[in-house]
Design a protein around this ligand. Structure first.
Ligand code: RP5
Length: 162
């Protein structure tokens, strides 16, 4: 199976990507985690992006906060699908990172999930990889059913908590 890479702009973004890591583990998808910054280590981010396809990656996830150019900088150097996670920073509640990540010019797409939504980034990566992979498709379907059952359990228990 192709690997997923998770790149974060700083190790301070780790709490956000922990949610992605948990889901990739749950779905038995191989992954690597790196810290590269569009601004602090631009050469390393560029080299990683250029080599990603040959290194066996199928989807790249990039998490960054503030002036969050990491996902776009990675997407500029690969035709692999790139998923951006805008991370909430100390000011502006993540709106800065959201706009920096989502407002890409035509021709260089970044599939941007919600602020701090590492879970959706991992699920979207899994859905992309599941195209043409029947076993992963089945694991995704089973996860969806577990998640649905968990919500229905909350519905059944909510009255007792009021
Ligand atoms: C961004 O700046 C990083 O992705 C992080 O969200 C933010 C702050 O980084 P640190 O100063 O905590 O290293 O590039």
């Amino acid at each position: 199976m192709k690997k997923v890479s998770i790149v974060m702009g700083s190790d301070s973004d780790l709490p956000v990507i922990q949610k992605a890591i948990a889901i990739l583990n749950e779905l038995e998808i191989p992954f690597e985690v790196h810290v590269f910054s569009a601004h602090r280590t631009p050469e390393q981010a560029r080299t990683f992006s250029l080599e990603a396809r040959d290194k066996g990656f199928g989807v790249l996830i990039a998490a960054a906060g503030m002036a969050a150019h990491l996902a776009g900088a990675i997407a500029a150097n690969t035709t692999l699908p790139v998923i951006g996670i805008p991370c909430k920073g100390p000011v502006l509640d993540g709106l800065d990172a959201l706009l920096s990540t989502v407002q890409m010019p035509s021709g260089i797409p970044v599939a941007t999930v919600g602020v701090n939504n590492g879970a959706n980034a991992a699920l979207l990566a899994a859905e992309i990889l599941s195209v043409g992979d029947a076993e992963l498709t089945q694991r995704l379907q089973q996860k969806r059913e577990r998640d649905t059952a968990a919500v229905l359990e909350k519905d059944a228990g909510i009255a007792a908590r009021l």
